[in-house]
Design a protein around this ligand. Structure first.
Ligand code: ASP
Ligand code: MG
Length: 422
């Protein structure tokens, strides 16, 4: 019997009605002759609400307790979905991440899965049950503590389970019909992508496309697992993310899509001595704070002063910590001043066709120029060009680039069925 792993996101489980609707869909899949293992996210914006609650109680929640709190969101969903299935006369059993054998390292808030031992899942499936697993969580191998996998982590749970169970397909159900050439909330003329390579999807996810979590895409590539991203509100075929390596598809479009990211801030270290070791000292300090940086730009130093400016972007959530650490080390590092800007946005154009088509950057910069949008930073990979702009111009930048590359669809097919876009 084929084994299907399905994941339902928070917007597909927003209230009792949605839960009943999802339960029917799961039962239909089972009735069609499949074994079904389902991974669920927390209902609606529950995770954000729990975070706000914690924030209202204390400005600095202990990480362990925060994970205990957040994992409750997915546990509510798993129990409610199981009940709804039972109510339809089928039998379902729910399991926490730890019961499902999701073993992680011991980093609270962004744990990595190191092993999946799904013994209880295989047993329950063999006994004829539908299995519901709480996404986004696991248990640490060393500390035996409950961990969470980072925001959007249920996607990763689904792919990890699908790989461990050797599932035939991993379906990720969301509130749009698949992966779009841009966020339909910003670009209503975005169109659904039918097929995208895992490599392109990785760049999209890394550039802020929230439809799939980056780690889940990396995981799928490692295990050579295709993912089908589709809507739980329609029966349309969604987007297939192919793990395929090697041969370039000559028919594939040059550009896959435009991603954007509002989660970053920019720090400029002004007046850094332009001598060997200056950058190393700055970034050693930042890395000691466990902060992941994204773009880095260093200017040519002014001849008169022998000093230069170094700018980099990092998650807003780490901004204050990084600024403080730099400020504290100002004497040792010997820079002149610091600038911090958290009102920035990043727009990225992704497509494996860039490798063989010149002029992509020129078209992109021209589109921004025509829209009167100033470029603050640029970075590229082999198949991506990213630009930092002022935060309030980001939506315009996304639309301008989407249009410039001919990605607008005439029929306005982008439908956002649910969710608040949080
Ligand atoms: N509930 C978690 C979040 O909102 C995990 C997930 O939805 O995948 O980030
Ligand atoms: Mg969620």
């Amino acid at each position: 019997m084929p084994l299907v792993v399905q994941k339902y996101g928070g917007s597909s489980l927003a209230d009792a009605e949605s839960i009943k609707r999802v339960a029917r869909r799961i039962v239909d899949t089972r009735k069609a002759g499949n074994q079904v293992c389902v991974v669920v996210s927390a209902m609606g914006d529950t995770t954000d609400e729990l975070l706000e609650l914690a924030d209202a109680v204390t400005p600095s929640a202990p990480e362990r307790e925060l994970d205990m709190l957040l994992t409750a969101g997915e546990r509510m969903s798993m129990a409610l979905v199981s009940m709804a299935i039972a109510n339809l006369g089928d039998s379902a059993m729910s399991f926490t991440g730890s019961q499902a054998g999701v073993i992680t390292d011991d980093v609270h808030g962004k744990a990595r899965i190191i092993d999946v031992t799904p013994g209880r899942i295989t047993e329950a499936l063999a006994d004829g049950h539908i299995v519901i697993v709480a996404g986004f969580q696991g248990v640490s191998q060393n500390t035996k503590e409950i961990t969470t996998l980072g925001r959007g982590g249920s996607d990763t749970t689904a792919v990890a389970l699908a790989a461990a169970l050797d599932a035939d397909v991993c379906e990720i159900y969301t509130d749009v019909d698949g992966i779009f050439t841009a966020d339909p909330r910003i670009v209503p003329s975005a169109h659904k992508i039918d097929q995208i390579s895992n490599e392109e999807m990785q760049e999209m996810a890394a550039s802020g496309a929230k439809v799939l979590m980056l780690r889940c895409v990396e995981y799928a590539r490692r295990f050579n697992l295709p993912i089908h991203v589709r809507s739980s509100f329609s029966y349309r075929e969604g987007t297939w993310v192919h793990p395929a390596e090697g041969e370039e598809d000559v028919e594939a479009p040059i550009i896959a899509g435009v991603a954007h990211d509002r989660s970053e801030a920019k720090i400029t270290v002004v007046g850094v001595k332009d001598t060997p070791g200056s950058a190393a000292a700055i970034f050693n300090l930042i890395s000691a704070q466990q902060v992941n940086i994204d773009m880095i730009v260093q200017n040519v130093s002014a001849v008169a002063t022998g000093r230069t400016d170094v700018s980099f972007t990092l998650p807003k959530t780490d901004g204050q910590r990084a600024v403080q650490a730099l400020q504290d080390a100002k004497g040792d590092l010997g820079f002149e001043s610091l600038q911090y800007d958290d009102q920035i946005g990043k727009v990225s154009l992704v497509g494996s066709g860039m490798r063989s088509h010149p002029g992509v950057s020129a078209t992109l910069f021209q589109a921004l120029a025509d829209a009167g949008i100033n470029i603050e930073m640029i970075s590229t990979s082999e198949i991506r060009v990213s630009v930092v702009t002022k935060g309030d111009l980001l939506d315009d930048a996304v639309r301008a680039i989407h249009t410039a590359f001919g990605l607008d669809s005439a029929d306005g097919e982008a439908v956002v069925y649910g969710g608040t876009g949080r």
